[in-house]
Every structure is written in C-alpha cells, then in structure tokens.
Design a protein around this ligand. Structure first.
Ligand code: BMP
Length: 257
C-alpha cells in the first residue's frame, strides 16, 4: 500500500472483526473532528474507479486522498464488487475516515433495525435511509443508542425526482420530528438546501451531485450544506488528488464563518 500517512491504515487481518464498540458523544462528532483536522467538507463516493474495484486499489485511492476526504460513502456498487468481507476490511483498515453506509434503507421498521445493527457491526459510522417509508421512530432511537448517525434522504439530485420533490417539506419536518440528525439534499437543488436549513437548522446536510452531475464544488456549501459528496469527478479523473484539492479549496472559500 502506498500513501504518505500509511501508518494510519491499520494492518488488521482480513475477516477479523475490528472493534465497533466506540460510542460517540453526539451525532457526527467523528465527522466534525475530521473536518476540523483537514478543513475539508468532502465525502468521497466510491462507486466507480478507473481500475477494477478491489480492496487494495480502494486502499490506494484512500491513501492518496487521506488529507482531503473526511469520509467515504459506499453502497451497492462497491459491495457487490468486493463483498461484505471486503467492506469490513476497508472500514477496519481505514477506520480514521468517516464511513457512511449508503444502502438507502427503505424497508419495514423491523428489517431496517436489523440492517442497522449489521451495519454497525461492520464498523460504519453513519447510514443513509429513505424517509418516505416513515415509521422510523424506533430506528432513530436505536441508532442514537448504538452510535450510528442516521441520514435521511429528502430530495435527490437527479431530474424527475418529482414525488420526493413534492413531499420535500414534509420529509424534512418528519426527520426533525423523529430526530434523524442528518439529511441528504441534492446539490443540484440549491434552493432546497437553503430551505432544509430553514426548516431544520440543527440537521447536518449532505449534498451529492457535485461534479459529474453538474453542481459546482462549494456551491452546496454556499447554500448551507455541511458536506458535499463527490464521486466520479474524482474517482474517474486521471489526477484524483488534484481534482480533490480543487474541490476542497472551493469549499473553503464557501464555508460561512
Ligand atoms: P457522483 O459524484 O459520481 O455523481 O456520485 C454521487 C453519489 O451520491 C453516488 O454514490 C450516488 O449514489 C449518491 N447520490 C446522488 O448522487 N444523489 C442523491 O440524491 C443521493 C445519493 O445518495
């Protein structure tokens, strides 16, 4: 493995569960600690890479972006490529990153609860769910107990997401009522980012859609988002470090004092 901070990557053996007993004092505290350390609001979406997706290559990517990305978002593309054991290994080896599980939970409450426990067992710090299914009261309180930060999806970044768009204010108010501490709001919908902040000022806002989907780096931060989720414009670039540096610089110019 390469990388200038290689020693921070644990040499945890494959298949041996790492400690997941860390309890955090408040939601997203690990993420904010890392934000203070790096002065970055960048979360890397690991769906596409220039080479085949395998654990070693992903660790190399993470080594390169060590000082730039505060967190990593993973979902089905990576999981189907490297399997759950691969995900466990990544989370263990690079446990200083904030790990966000993006499986967009949208099941009945009992199944969501079981899945959340499993994600905690894999070492994830946060998990994204859909809000439209509702019924999340027990999930929200269990997530607080076990120290997983929940992030509810409001309006998505792609065009034609009409049902969610129509229900946007209701979804944000629902998240606030059941104390889901984080929200996804597409970076391609700047007015709704500001509106989410008005309706639920304490929420931590995550905005995907920067780069490949058209929103400019820093633009979501300028409208009140806390973190920008960026995938392809970094991971498919010939020079991921340079692109990530440009994104983080743009974000720094937009962070409100
Ligand atoms: P990219 O920068 O390559 O477009 O990646 C965006 C990432 O954010 C993808 O992982 C996608 O699943 C996720 N995402 C999104 O693009 N829009 C949403 O509304 C919600 C998402 O989770």
């Amino acid at each position: 493995m390469k990388g200038f901070l290689k020693e921070r990557f644990s040499a945890h053996p494959i298949g041996v569960p790492c400690s997941v007993s860390r309890r955090r004092p408040s939601p997203f505290s690990k993420l904010w600690d890392r934000e203070r350390e790096l002065r970055s609001r960048l979360i890397l979406a690991l769906d596409f890479t220039r080479r085949s997706l395998d654990v070693r290559h992903v660790l190399d990517v993470l080594c390169d972006l060590e000082g730039l990305a505060v967190g990593v978002k993973v979902g089905l593309p990576l999981t189907t490529a490297i399997g759950w054991s691969g995900i466990r290994e990544l989370v263990c080896r690079a446990s200083h990153f904030y790990w966000l599980a993006d499986y967009k939970l949208a099941d009945i409450p009992e199944v969501n609860l079981l899945t959340l426990e499993k994600l905690k067992g894999l070492g994830f710090d946060g998990a994204i769910l859909h809000l439209f299914t509702m019924g999340h009261e027990t999930l929200a309180s269990r997530a607080r107990e076990i120290g997983v930060d929940l992030v509810g999806t409001t309006v998505m970044s792609h065009r034609g997401c009409l049902l969610l768009e129509e229900s946007f204010e209701r979804l944000v108010s629902y998240a606030r009522a059941v104390e889901i501490p984080g929200l996804v709001v597409g970076a391609t919908r700047p007015a709704l980012i500001s509106r989410a902040k008005e309706l639920y000022p304490e929420a931590v806002l995550f905005s995907p859609g920067v780069g490949a989907q058209g929103a400019k780096p820093g633009s979501a931060i300028a409208r009140g988002a806390d973190f920008e989720i960026v995938g392809r414009s970094i991971t498919l670039s010939e020079d991921p470090v340079r692109v990530a540096e440009q994104i983080v610089s743009a974000q720094r110019r937009c962070v409100r004092a």
